[in-house]
Ligand binder design. Structure first.
Ligand code: 5GP
Ligand code: MN
Length: 355
């Protein structure tokens, strides 16, 4: 273990011990991640469930899905994915509700009712959180993925990881760092990745399922999204979108479109990438990404969402045009102070200049 890892473990130990105390006094435990679960949410949750069950076999542990969102196809390979239960179908009052990869109760959707029925709450997360609602937890925003902290907790309580836990956590880490390409891919992330591979995780298997198993229909949707990329502010802001009609025409379920913002961020010179998609219930979901050090999480919060400085999201009522007219002026305001040197009418892209 490196000096950094040892220091980090020493700092986390008291909080890890508090979490362990809660686990030990609980008979029933519900573990849950955020709505619209991604690789970190699912991988961290499944690894944590396996850890608790193997370390404390007498506990009754349930792996919950926050709502009726299906497990995205690319994550079905995760060991344990078949045992996820929708929160609406879980009727117990657990002794412990364990949130992972989220620390904002509004992202719990239907599982919020389970949280409210529980006696205690534990959290392992890496999102900035507004207010503490848990009894014990570790929330470290500099951790690349919640899975990093779950791996460290496993080392702390069990001294190691099984190959299946390692595989779930490698998926968490690979996806939340964009294959170790985002700004959050720090030394700790690489160190934990090395530990996971040494514990039996397979990077090629994760890559095969997550990045090399696209259906042709999905690639056709990608082509549509690519064809619509529009840029503003001299190419610094790029956005694209997908509508109900696109999902219908291609036959791709909305839940399988998490990666489309990554197509937008590929634009050379773009600093802020936005992807909008229509989701059921007359709403639009937005994914925001920053390639520079501009913090887009405040804009996500203004839109009713949240997230990290470089990766955030939101959901709003209305259609794509309405969402775009709400969020675009906020993004362009990020560049307002640059306007001295940039003519207001100077835009790149296929949309007419505006505002
Ligand atoms: P994504 O765009 O991939 O859905 O989310 C990017 C990041 O922002 C993730 O870490 C996600 O958990 C967080 N995030 C996305 N949407 C929301 C939201 O509506 N509320 C909050 N608090 N965080 C969000
Ligand atoms: Mn995460």
């Amino acid at each position: 273990m490196s000096l950094r890892a040892e220091e980090l473990m020493a700092r986390q130990r008291p909080s890890f011990d508090e979490i362990t105390r809660l686990v030990e006094v609980s008979s029933t435990i519900a573990v849950c991640a955020h709505t619209s679960p991604d690789g970190d949410a699912l991988g961290s949750e499944l690894a944590l469930v396996e850890l608790i069950e193997s370390r404390w076999p007498e506990k009754r542990v349930c792996a919950l899905l926050a709502d009726d969102d299906v497990v995205p196809r690319i994550y079905e390979f995760l060991p344990g994915a078949e045992r996820l239960v929708r929160a609406a179908d879980y009727h117990e009052d657990p002794d412990l509700f364990f949130c992972v990869d989220l620390s904002a109760p509004d992202r719990l959707a239907d599982a919020r009712a389970v949280l409210e029925r529980s006696s205690h709450v534990a959290v392992i997360d890496h999102h900035p959180s507004a207010a503490r609602f848990w009894d014990a937890g570790v929330v470290r925003t500099e951790a690349a993925a919640a899975g990093v902290i779950v791996a460290e907790y496993a080392l702390h309580v069990a001294g190691g990881l099984t190959p299946t836990m390692a595989q779930c956590l490698l998926c968490a880490l690979v996806t939340d760092t964009g294959r170790f390409q985002y700004q959050n891919a720090n030394g700790e992330a690489f160190e934990v990745a090395s530990l996971l591979v040494d514990s039996g995780a397979s990077p090629s298997e994760v890559a095969l399922h997550v990045y090399q198993s696209d259906r042709v229909a999905y690639l056709h949707l990608c082509a549509t999204v690519m064809g619509r990329i529009t840029t503003f502010e001299q190419g610094k802001i790029a956005y694209s979108y997908a509508t109900d009609a696109d999902f219908e025409a291609t036959g791709v379920p909305v839940a399988e479109c998490d990666g489309l913002v990554d197509i937008v961020r590929r634009v050379d010179g773009c600093e802020v990438a936005l992807f909008l998609k229509q989701v059921p219930g007359g709403k639009v979901r937005g994914n925001l990404r920053a390639k520079s050090d501009r913090d887009i999480s405040a804009i996500a919060r203004e839109m009713g969402g949240g997230g990290h400085p470089a990766a955030a999201g939101f959901t709003v009522e209305g259609d794509i045009d309405q969402a775009l007219s709400a969020v675009l002026p906020k993004l362009r305001a990020l560049y307002a102070h640059d306007k001295g040197t940039v003519p207001l009418s100077c835009y790149v892209g296929d949309k007419p200049a505006e505002g």
